[in-house]
Write a protein that binds this ligand. Structure first.
Ligand code: ATP
Ligand SMILES: Nc1ccn([C@H]2C[C@H](O)[C@@H](COP(=O)(O)O)O2)c(=O)n1
Length: 233
């Protein structure tokens, strides 16, 4: 097994919507002193900018042009990470339900995936990073040293999301929220380019009846084990 990269290993965390990728990536990155790259936020930034520019979600030429002129960066803000699109902080705006739906359509387009693939590889190449998304272990970094596929039942993911929305004062019902989770799964798994799927060499983790802390322990142990192997490689 080869030695690790300049700044450490690359950790890929893929899985369906609401599985806990962002929560776990944030905690694991803090434990390891690694950089957290939320690739979903990058697709969301493209969706937001396309909406502002009036580019239709199936206008591949327009989307390609948009991506050519778009710089996406992450900046640390205490415990959190802010997303900048051409220098503008869009962290809050990209989290709306409307942008979420648009992102699902935009992220299926080839020119968008190609442009973000280049950015994501440049961000992660030196290692010491955790990238979360749908295609990190299969397409972005198929050679990542550690890969997780984090899932949970659609009902449990819907329930978790529902509690999160209710805490924010959102009026959505549990049934609606579960239905949206299932719809997002279908779109992400069924698209032609880089669909959501488990990499063959990923460690699957079903968090349906595991706490966040339990999942974190499994992940941290797996990465530390790999780091020890890498030092000997
Ligand atoms: N193991 C767990 N037990 C209980 N709640 C959890 C667990 N994992 C995640 N959660 C909660 O589920 C919700 C969704 O988690 P999170 O946003 O991390 O998922 P995600 O996979 O990043 O979703 P998306 O891909 O849609 O952004 C959050 O409220 C989080 O606190
Ligand atoms: N590597 C990725 C990351 C995200 N997407 C798509 C799939 C989602 O519908 C959308 C938003 O992601 P989220 O912020 O909810 O994780 O972006 C993708 O296709 N590939």
């Amino acid at each position: 097994m080869s030695a690790v990269r300049e700044n450490g290993v690359i950790v890929a965390i893929d899985g369906p919507s609401g599985a806990g990728k962002s929560s776990l990536t944030k905690l694991l990155a803090r434990r390891l002193g690694y950089i957290h790259i939320d690739t979903g936020a990058m697709f969301r930034a493209v969706a937001l900018m396309s909406k502002r520019a009036g580019i239709a979600s199936d206008d591949d030429a327009g989307l390609a042009e948009l991506c050519r002129g778009l710089e996406i960066t992450f900046v640390r803000d205490g415990e959190n990470c802010r997303v900048l699109a051409n220098g503008e902080d869009v962290s809050r705006e990209i989290r709306s339900e409307e942008i979420g739906l648009l992102t699902s359509a935009i992220s299926a387009r080839k020119p968008v995936r190609e442009a973000l693939l280049i950015m994501q590889r440049a961000m992660g190449a030196k290692g010491g990073v955790i990238l979360e998304g749908r295609d990190i272990g299969t397409v972005v970094f198929p050679d990542a040293e550690v890969k997780f596929f984090l899932s949970a039942s659609a009902e449990e993911r819907g329930r978790r999301r529902y509690l999160e929305l209710a805490a924010r004062g959102d009026q959505a019902t549990l049934e609606e929220t579960i239905a949206k989770v299932i719809q997002r799964d279908r779109q992400d798994e069924g698209r032609e380019h880089a669909p959501l799927k488990q990499a063959e060499d990923a460690l699957p983790i079903d968090s349906t009846s595991l706490s966040i802390d339990q999942v974190l322990t499994v992940m941290e142990n797996a990465v530390r084990e790999r780091l020890v192997q890498g030092d000997k490689g």
